[in-house]
Design a binder for this molecule. Structure first.
Ligand code: NCD
Length: 303
């Protein structure tokens, strides 16, 4: 039985298989509308979500399957003190596959130890978010035609941003990618990530000066400062508006680059940027649904 806890749970070839399946679903959705008939997806969200949970649910309905779960653990037996392990054991008796989000790093991995059905990590604290990365990869391949030889700018909260951690991990497997890591000093990517890049001889720079480096980027991946992971509200307030993309700031960006954001945005991209042809973050949202359809089919081993 396969799970998706970390981007490396799938090889490059398997990842390509999921992306290709997603493209095939986009081209011929009618061929997939009954593939999951009789199957049940459980969505267990112990943390806030709009896109990830609803795209999973939409994906399962579009495959002809059904969905159960909770979006607020305070309405579940967790509020009575039930452990994660007991919750997962129970829900795996009611469903064929589980997508879960939890504030604790490593929680999805723990769930795999007791689950009788595949587990999908829909975000574990400030650690990993592999299905957002599949979404990002599908967006990049669709818009740029390749996953290698790209200069990828990652901006914002690189310390707590789990989408950042998973995306760097995944994109570092394709040749000749270069990373430009733009953040305040306090929100730099964790050292284990830069150590890993160094070990693999992958080119990267760390800077606080977005204007100085933006002209090189093929991809500008903006992120929100992750308020819920801060210990101190004053630090959050001080750092939250460090980088704000406005139409004036687009000056100097390559014509054929793309701007991504996992969403939700707070202040970091001004609404008036949305109409720029390079701003593709709402298209990215839709790719997220298709790639999750492909992922569900893959983990359920439905051809
Ligand atoms: C991200 C997350 O939950 O990590 N959102 C998402 O899944 N699209 C990013 C965020 O919350 O900032």
């Amino acid at each position: 039985m396969r799970n998706l806890i970390d981007p490396f749970d799938f090889t490059v070839e398997e990842t390509e298989g999921i992306l290709n399946l997603a493209k095939e679903i986009i081209a011929n959705p009618e061929n997939y509308s009954e593939k999951c008939k009789g199957k049940i997806l459980a969505t267990l969200f112990f943390e806030a979500s709009t896109r990830t949970r609803l795209s999973f649910e939409s994906a399962m309905y579009r495959l002809g399957g059904n969905v159960l779960g909770f979006s607020d653990a305070s309405n579940s037996a967790v509020a009575k003190g039930e452990t994660l392990g007991d919750t997962i054991q129970t829900v795996s008796k009611y469903s064929d596959i589980i997508a879960m989000r939890h504030p604790k790093e490593g929680s999805a991995l723990v769930a795999t130890k007791v689950s009788g059905v595949p587990i999908i990590n829909a975000g574990d604290g400030g650690h990993q978010h592999p299905t957002q990365t599949l979404t990002d990869l599908l967006t990049i391949i669709s818009k740029k035609g390749k996953l290698d030889g790209l200069t990828i700018g990652l901006v914002g909260d690189l310390k707590f941003g789990r989408t950042i951690h998973s995306l760097i991990k995944s994109m570092s497997r394709y040749p000749n990618n270069k990373f430009i890591l733009v953040s305040p000093e306090e929100l730099k990517v964790p050292e284990y990530i830069t150590n890993d890049l160094r070990e693999k001889n992958i080119e990267f720079v760390e800077t606080q000066d977005l204007d100085a480096v933006k002209g090189e980027m093929d991809i500008l991946y903006m992120t929100r400062v992750q308020r819920e992971r801060f210990f101190n509200e004053d630090d959050y307030i001080r750092l939250k508006d460090t980088f704000i993309l406005t139409p004036e700031k687009l000056e100097g960006l390559k014509e054929d680059m793309i701007i991504l954001h996992p969403l939700p945005r707070v202040n970091e991209i001004h609404k008036s940027v949305d109409s720029d042809k390079r701003a593709v973050y709402f298209e990215q949202v839709e790719y997220g649904k298709f790639v999750r359809m492909a992922l569900i089919l893959t983990l359920l081993e439905i051809a």
